[in-house]
Design a binder for this molecule. Structure first.
Ligand code: ACM
Ligand code: ZN
Length: 541
């Protein structure tokens, strides 16, 4: 017997002493896939007497211990584990070690599990929170193993590839209750997604209370009825009024809930297009002064905000003023997509603006509009982000671009040294079909199965290394024209958001779809316990 074979057999024999019959059986199924995992011998058992210690005390230690306890309560019917401050790790415990000197990005972490206990170390609370998400995924997910929390000894070093790991939700086409938004954020944080793009205003409904403009919710949050069937062909309506909005108190609760899960909420206030609900509330905002009606069908509408009237900009600033007070996000999304120019061509005030400002055409008028919003946001210490149409007629200084009509907008912006979030319809639209349309509920169209999302690479090859630095990350978009219920949203989003989480967290060369599916098989057991209504389209193979 040669030496290597002898050693291999010895290791296998010793592993079997620890309850493994072969090294094959040790599977670490973390999503998104960590940067490095070293499997060691032995294990640690968490039981009701295990204590959590942290070497710092703040709201963050509460957030992070709560993340552990919430899972133990939900999954293992535990009582919350006791926790307290302690400077050094203690045998048999879970130790959360904040080490500002650690050379790691703020969302990175190290976790060591051994017979002696668990230590999670990070340079910032964000990393500790993600270390805890990994710890949770080290816990058993199989129903038959739920009586014992046995953790494999490992050393994991992990940090994300991109800073913007986003998921969007349109709550305008169909309103989603606050309780669901909180769950949506929870599920994002389980996958180490950190940016929730909250699409709050639309043609079909205005969903955020603005105290200065009460009609936005009194009028704009209600539509008479909704189209039945496909927006392309149907002329049938359901006759059922649809309404809903978040009060400022609701918004504060959502933002705070998200911050405890290290999720930043980016609000979107659409302008100058997709604004019929605002125009129905305050008709002077449009070029013709109306009357306008909150839209009852889907699509793109000619009536948009008038770019000629000063009162339009007063309105926008008044709305944004309240939005800024509610959302601490550095970036504020102002939409900017799909704004037809037909009304601007006919409007004397818009034409006068073009002339006075020396603009070339209506595309430059769109740019003028967005630049004014950008200047206002900059004056308040924030930055503008918008859909890739904001490139039309020239980008506002500091503006970031969300590239949705493919990747060309993102490439153009990065080449102009503007930051970019990639959300191309081809790979990142979760409102598309994920399986044979014959077997699926009605969707807007497209075909974006799990594997296609998993295959997405956010940095286009045409960018130089320098330009590639401007790609902040990627995001999945969830437009809800055809999703009336929260269950349907979950069905469209999961497990697709799990695939996306790996696209934005793990290195390109580390991704392997077949192996991802194996890990996903474990993750969906957690979805079952959490009650996430995920699609099994990619799993039933
Ligand atoms: C978009 O899908 N209209 C951004
Ligand atoms: Zn006008």
């Amino acid at each position: 017997m040669n030496y290597i074979k002898f050693m291999a057999l010895t290791i296998l024999a010793s592993l079997s002493l620890f309850g493994f019959t072969s090294s094959e059986e040790i599977e670490i199924n973390i999503i998104p896939k960590p940067v490095s995992v070293k499997i060691n011998q032995g294990h640690f058992l968490i039981d009701q007497k295990t204590k959590i210690f942290y070497n710092f005390e703040s709201d963050h230690s509460t957030n992070i211990t709560s993340a552990i306890n919430n899972h133990l309560i939900k999954f293992f019917s535990f009582e919350p584990l006791q926790h307290s401050f302690l400077r050094e790790p203690k045998k048999g415990s879970i130790f959360l070690k904040l080490n500002r000197a650690l050379k790691m990005p703020k969302e990175g972490y190290r976790i060591e599990i051994s017979k002696r206990g668990v230590t999670i170390e990070a340079s910032a609370p964000n990393g500790l929170f993600y270390g805890v998400q990994t710890l949770i995924q080290m816990m058993p997910a199989d129903a038959e193993k739920l009586n014992e929390i046995k953790l494999q000894s490992v050393q994991i070093v992990d940090f994300p590839r991109f800073d913007w790991r986003g998921l969007h939700l349109d709550v305008c086409r169909h309103f989603m209750p606050k309780e669901f938004i909180l769950k949506y954020i929870d599920y994002m944080s389980m996958h180490k997604l950190n940016t929730f793009h909250f699409h709050l205003t639309e043609d079909q409904g205005w969903r955020i209370e603005i105290k200065k403009y009460p009609l936005l919710t009194e009028v704009g949050s209600k539509r008479e009825e909704t189209l039945i069937g496909s927006g392309r062909s149907s002329k049938q309506y359901d006759g059922v009024p649809h309404s809903g909005f978040y009060t400022q108190e609701d918004i504060k609760e959502i933002v705070e809930y998200a911050s405890k899960r290290y999720v930043n909420v980016v609000p979107e206030i659409e302008m100058p297009g997709h604004a019929l609900a605002a125009l129905a509330s305050y008709p002077h905002l449009g070029c013709t002064s109306g009357p306008y009606k909150v839209a009852t069908r889907w699509g793109v509408f000619d009536d948009v905000m008038c770019a000629g009237k000063e009162s339009t900009f007063e309105f926008i600033e008044g709305v944004l003023e309240e939005v800024l007070a509610l959302f601490p996000s550095e970036y504020i999304h102002i939409g900017g997509d799909e704004c037809p120019k037909t009304k601007w061509v006919e409007c004397p005030l818009c034409q006068k603006r073009i002339e006075q400002e020396g603009l070339k055409d209506e595309h430059e008028l769109q740019s003028y509009f967005i630049q004014r919003a950008g200047k206002f946001l900059n004056s308040k210490g924030r930055k503008l982000i918008g859909w890739d149409e904001i490139l039309e007629g020239g980008l506002a200084p500091n503006a970031a671009v969300m590239s949705w009509r493919g990747v060309d907008g993102g490439i153009a912006a990065a080449k102009q040294s503007h930051f970019v979030v990639m959300t191309p319809g081809s790979h990142c639209y979760f409102d598309h079909y994920q399986s044979d349309p014959q077997t699926q509920p009605l969707a807007i169209g497209g075909f974006t199965p799990l594997e296609k999302i998993y295959s997405y690479e956010p940095v286009p090859e045409t960018l130089s290394q320098d330009e590639a630095r401007f790609i902040m990350g990627a995001q999945g978009n969830v437009w809800t024209e055809y999703m009336k219920t929260t269950e349907h949203v979950e069905f469209m989003v999961y497990p697709r958001a799990a695939a996306l989480s790996e696209v934005v967290w793990s290195e390109k060369g580390e991704r392997d779809y077949t192996e991802f599916l194996k890990r996903l098989g474990e993750q969906v057991k957690r979805y079952d316990v959490y009650g996430i209504n995920y699609s099994k389209a990619a799993l039933d193979k």
